[in-house]
Every structure is written in structure tokens, then in C-alpha cells.
Design a protein around this ligand. Structure first.
Ligand code: SF4
Length: 152
């Protein structure tokens, strides 16, 4: 049985010390804590992420992600528009997204501020947001937009 719990956070955008060499992202967003997909190989259960004890059944929904992210990007003089990766410690299109839309809200703000994104998901729910992803992909600083489907 999956429990959803809404919780306030001080920040939604993580700025990495170095650009990630795999995904080229300078920033990261995890719209949720915990991941209902619960893959056995997932390293997001690691204690360093401070995630719920029951990783795939206690899903924390970050509250007010849209205003929190918009405020951060509007007021941030030191931030450069650069790649924001979703999927660091949760799947942004896990089942909670169908109900709470935190990922979509973040994408809307990133599109407004012209930040490119990188998303990895195993859910076809990502197709719901193709309209937004196309807008983000039309930004001249974004070099590619591709949806790859992986079968299990
Ligand atoms: S979908 Fe990704 S974040 Fe979620 S459990 Fe699987 S590997 Fe971990």
C-alpha cells in the first residue's frame, strides 16, 4: 500500500559542484522523495539521500514546487540557464505524477526561464508532457530532444 505525504521543503533545485559527465547537467530536481517503481538495483535507497525508510511505499510529495522554483530562478543572479536533470533520486513520472503533477509544474517554470532539461523515466506518462518538452526543445540553446522507449 502506497502512502503519499505532502511536505514543505526550502529548495527544489540542487546545484552540483561540477557538470555531470554522463548527463551534462549542472542542476538537478527531484519532484518527489521515494520512488514507487522500487527497482531492486536502485541506489537511491542509499542513506546519503535521506529518503523515506520505505523507499517505494512512502512517497513524499514536495509542496509548492512551482512557486519555490520560480522564486529561485527569478532571484538567482549567480545561476546560469543550464541543463536540469530530473531522475537523480526518483522517477519524475512515477504514478504520483499522474495525481500531483510536480514534474509538469517544474517543467513549466523551466520553460519560462529557458532552462534545458534532461529526463530519464520508465513511464509512458512522460508523453503527457510532450507539448512542454517540445517548447523547451525549441529553445536555441537546446541541442536535442528525443524520447527513447526502453522495454523491460
Ligand atoms: S525508477 Fe529509477 S529512481 Fe525509481 S526505483 Fe527505479 S531506478 Fe530507482
Amino acid at each position: 500500500m502506497v502512502n503519499y505525504q505532502e511536505k514543505e521543503y526550502k529548495s527544489i533545485l540542487n546545484k552540483h559542484k561540477f557538470i555531470d559527465s554522463w548527463f551534462w547537467n549542472r542542476y538537478g530536481i527531484n519532484p518527489y522523495n521515494g520512488c514507487q517503481f522500487g527497482c531492486v538495483y536502485c541506489d537511491s535507497r542509499s542513506e546519503k539521500y535521506h529518503l523515506p525508510t520505505d523507499f517505494e511505499n512512502d512517497i513524499i510529495i514536495k509542496k509548492d514546487v512551482s512557486s519555490m522554483l520560480d522564486k529561485r530562478l527569478t532571484n538567482a543572479r549567480a545561476l546560469l540557464p543550464d541543463v536540469v536533470a530530473f531522475s537523480g533520486a526518483c522517477d519524475p513520472y512515477q504514478p504520483a505524477e499522474a495525481k500531483f503533477k510536480n514534474t509538469r509544474q517544474c517543467l513549466e517554470v523551466l520553460e519560462k526561464h529557458k532552462y534545458p532539461v534532461h529526463i530519464i523515466t520508465k513511464s509512458k506518462l512522460v508523453l503527457r508532457d510532450l507539448d512542454l518538452l517540445e517548447k523547451i526543445g525549441s529553445n536555441p540553446s537546446v541541442t536535442g530532444c528525443e524520447v527513447v522507449r526502453l522495454e523491460r
